[in-house]
Design a binder for this molecule. Sequence first.
Ligand SMILES: [Zn+2]
Length: 324
Amino acid sequence: MDIFGSRIFRNEVHKEQHQQRIEAIKTSTERIPDAVETAYIPSGATEPGATPKFLIAGLGGTLLGIIAAVIAFYLAVGVFKIFEEVGRCLIWLYYPGVIVYYFCPVLVAVFIGLSIGWAGKWARSRRPSQAAIVSVFWALIAAGVTFFYVEDIIIEAAFDYWNVRDCLCGDSLSPDLMEGTMGWIVKGLIVVFNLVIAPLIASAEIGAQKFCEECKNYLEETVIARVSIHNLKDLLMGLLEGDEERFNKLKLLPDKEAWTDKDERLDVIHATCPCEKTHFIEVMSYWVEVTKKGKKEQESQENRLIYSEEFSPEQFNKLKLLLK
Ligand SMILES: [Zn+2]
């Protein structure tokens, strides 16, 4: 019996996904199940003044991105210079040079996407498409500005700064890949890529900022329980099936001041707003993955969202008691 009663499903597909998740967790032999997407779906509502705020954020992102690109250029040419100083012409540095040249406009596009995404709460927009459109606008301007002005100026300035012009082996530091027809084709592809990446980042960020349309506030997230990673199936099945027995088996971890990604655990996160009509429960898993590389063992810290559902106030109150 599901102690949480009838679930909040957005649609039939969502209902089906819930059932599939139960089956997948039951039969899974993986230590950590696949990631899930957040159950929150932005309403699409927005407020007057959101577009100008997104435009300002996009300008900020463009400027920050260009600063980052300048630093990347200077560092790349500096590394080249160091190898020249010790008398080694490494032709492979030719390729990193090309990569940096094309990487910089992408860097600017990423900064635009992030800045507009982060401005979501300031603009109070729950419309990912609005953020996406402004991102496309800035990505287009930024790509043009960086390709036509910034890069040429900065490449020259960086070469002058480090006092390098040609490789010791006689190759030019401005490789063919950056000029001519080939250069234009690559530039075109980068622009297309930027026009996709910037809005993707911005709209994903907007979609992740949970908002209550009842009281018009953003939801605040708190960790309401920390559970041993050995209880993963019990916690997930408890939440998915509303199985009380599963909750009784949980080993809740004591609170300590600073948790790091190295501490394996399951965080039960509760998101709610001042009117307390909207609730989301999510589970974030933190674990250390050990992979063998030859004889060496490598440790990496991982985290993944493995559960996300909307709860009614009644369902949340039940859960609160179960996690005590
Ligand atoms: Zn609310």
